[in-house]
Structure formats: structure tokens, C-alpha cells
Design a protein around this ligand. Structure first.
Ligand code: TXA
Ligand code: MG
Length: 311
């Protein structure tokens, strides 16, 4: 159910959970000062209690009081990428963030989102914790209709239109020497090169070690439909194909396009919409065309599709 800005603000201040737009994906928001609302987010999503939440704030100055120390480069990153699709993990003063929100970690993740409605809201609400507004394991929500499909038509949603980026924020963590990407996202590694003077590596979990980003442990982005990833299509193939506009596919196939190969931005914007459409249309399995470049945003798109295809 759509609610306006004033109503969303009142609900949050009263300790309710509200879905709100960001430029990446919709989030399920609760005030950082309402521990019961934070617990409710975990219940609503079916989220594991050891998967911490990102704290969203109106501007960089609101992060400083939480910090135990600020890693070198923090201010440079904040200045260049906030408001925007970057989340930064920093060591925090443990008393200032409820244990539930940080899943017992000595760090917390922060982001200043860019969506104008949510910026207005944050300026009045104070810090909000906000995971993506989807049931755990399912594709994220990039429209208010997606949120209602997962949480019901009566669930309060501040409708900010379709999300511009369509992929979650990129999460950076300072490993003591360099920043590394612990979750790929809407900002590709190359976006940071000129600011940091190097391209941050994508952290790979070593055998037996916990990932730096707890969320990486869980199944993600998956529709009910089975995704069959392929780079080649034989002429006699049949069934549903998730592929690129204008590209020829076997004539017996039904094509669901995720955008033109010339625009990774458009493909990213449509990605979760297309995965959700498969379930809306009752598709049991679909081929997914993985024949695309591997640089920039494409690497995030490939990562999401690989995760979504895991059974
Ligand atoms: O774009 C986004 O980031 C969206 C919008 C709503 O802001 N939010 C989002 O939240 O994607 P969520 O909860 O779906 O994913 C947050 C990820 C999880 O994988 C979680 O494990 C990780 O951030 N995370 C949170 N706090 C962390 C911390 N202190 N250290 C490492 N990873 C953390
Ligand atoms: Mg999520």
C-alpha cells in the first residue's frame, strides 16, 4: 500500500517497518533506535540472524559518531561516491549500534543513498537500517509492486518509482592495507581506480574461512524457475530464453529480453524484474544467455546470475 513521505516518517518514528526506495533497490527500513522493529525486519524477510544490516544515513557527518576509527581513504571515498551506490564497512563503537543490526560484529556497514525521496526522509528520520525489500533468497525488489508481491498489498511502501540502478550497492572493506570489494554491486571495481590509485580486488573466500561479507554465505536472487546458464544456443533448442534484444535465438524459443547488449546499465536495471517475471509467468526453467563481456558492470550481472542459478 503506497504511503506518502509524512506517513512513512511517522511509521518509522513509531517503530514500524516501511519499504522505501533507493537508487539501487528498494529497502525494508526500520529506525536504528527501535530494536523491536529491527527484529521484525529479520522475521519479515526470513533472514538469518547472523547476516547484518546496512545503516543508511543522510550524509557522511552522521557516520563519524559511530566510528571507532576511520580507515585511510574513507573520507575520499565518501566525498566521491556519496550519496550513491557505495556501502563502506568500518570498525564501530559497539554501544552505538544494536547487536542485532550488526549481527554481533565489531564493524558496521554504512551508506548514504541518493534517491531524492529517501534523502528527504533520512534528513528527518535519523539513521535507518535497511536490507533489500525481498524475502530472503529471492530476487531483490526494484519496484513498489515487487515489494507488495513479497510482503502483501497492505504492506506500507513509499513509492519512488522504479529503481534507477537495479543492483545493490558495492560494499568496500579496508583489509589493513587496501580496500577490497566484499560484495560486487552497482559500482564496478574500475569506478574506484582514479580515486584510490588502484583497482580494489574482489575478495575471494578462502577454504575454511568465513566470508568478510556474511550475506555471501546465503542463497540469493533466485526465482523459482531453474536458470540454465549458457553461452551457446543450438538451432534446435526450445523453451524460454532470457537474452538480449535484437540477438537471434533458436526459432522455437520464447524470448524474454533483459535489454540491449550495448547497455549493461539497462540490463542491470531490468535484471531482477526479468527474474521475477519468470515466476509471474509460471516458467519452470529458462536458458540465460551468458555471452556478454566480463568487464565493468557485466561482472556484477554475471555474479548475480550465477548466484540466482544455484540450486
Ligand atoms: O543497495 C543496497 O545495498 C541495498 C539498499 C536497500 O541500500 N541494501 C542491501 O542490503 O542490499 P542487504 O541486507 O540485502 O545486503 C547487505 C549486505 C549483506 O550481505 C550483509 O552481510 C552485508 O551487507 N553487511 C552488512 N553489514 C556488514 C558488516 N559489518 N561487514 C560485512 N558485511 C556486512
Ligand atoms: Mg539483499
Amino acid at each position: 500500500m503506497n504511503v506518502n513521505l509524512d506517513r512513512a516518517l511517522k511509521l518509522l518514528l513509531d517503530g514500524d517497518v516501511v519499504a522505501i526506495p533507493t537508487e539501487t533497490v528498494y529497502g525494508l527500513a526500520a529506525s536504528l533506535s527501535h530494536p523491536a522493529a529491527i527484529s521484525r525486519i529479520f522475521n519479515l524477510k526470513g533472514r538469518s540472524s547472523n547476516n547484518p544490516l546496512i545503516i543508511h544515513v543522510a550524509d557522511t557527518s552522521q557516520v563519524i559518531p559511530f566510528a571507532k576509527t576511520l580507515p585511510p581513504g574513507f573520507e575520499l571515498l565518501a566525498k566521491n561516491f556519496w550519496p550513491g551506490a557505495l556501502t563502506i564497512v568500518i570498525p564501530i563503537d559497539l554501544n552505538k549500534v544494536p547487536e542485532k543490526a550488526r549481527a554481533g560484529l565489531p564493524t558496521a556497514a554504512f551508506r548514504v543513498p541518493a534517491h531524492p525521496l529517501t534523502r528527504q526522509l533520512l534528513a528527518q528520520s535519523g539513521p535507518l537500517v535497511m536490507p533489500s525489500a525481498n524475502l530472503s533468497g529471492k530476487p531483490s525488489a526494484t519496484t513498489s509492486e515487487h515489494v507488495e508481491a513479497d510482503f502483501g498489498a497492505a504492506f506500507p511502501v513509499l513509492n519512488g518509482g522504479p529503481c534507477e540502478k537495479g543492483l545493490e550497492s558495492t560494499i568496500l572493506y579496508f583489509d589493513g592495507a587496501q580496500w577490497e570489494i566484499i560484495r560486487q554491486g552497482a559500482l564496478p571495481p574500475e569506478a574506484f581506480t582514479s580515486i584510490l590509485g588502484y583497482t580494489p580486488q574482489i575478495a575471494r573466500k578462502k577454504a575454511g574461512e568465513q566470508p568478510l561479507c556474511p550475506g555471501q554465505l546465503y542463497r540469493h536472487y533466485a526465482p523459482k524457475a531453474q536458470l540454465l546458464l549458457t553461452k551457446e544456443f543450438a538451432p534446435d533448442m526450445q523453451g524460454v530464453v532470457v537474452g538480449f534484444e535484437g540477438r537471434p535465438y533458436p526459432s522455437a524459443c520464447h524470448i524474454i529480453p533483459f535489454g540491449p547488449i550495448s547497455s549493461p546499465n539497462k540490463v542491470a536495471e531490468n535484471l531482477y524484474k526479468v527474474l521475477r517475471k519468470l515466476d509471474d509467468e509460471g516458467v519452470a526453467s529458462a536458458w540465460v544467455d551468458m555471452n556478454f563481456p566480463d568487464d565493468g558492470l557485466w561482472s556484477t550481472i554475471a555474479e548475480r546470475l550465477n548466484k540466482a542459478a544455484q540450486t
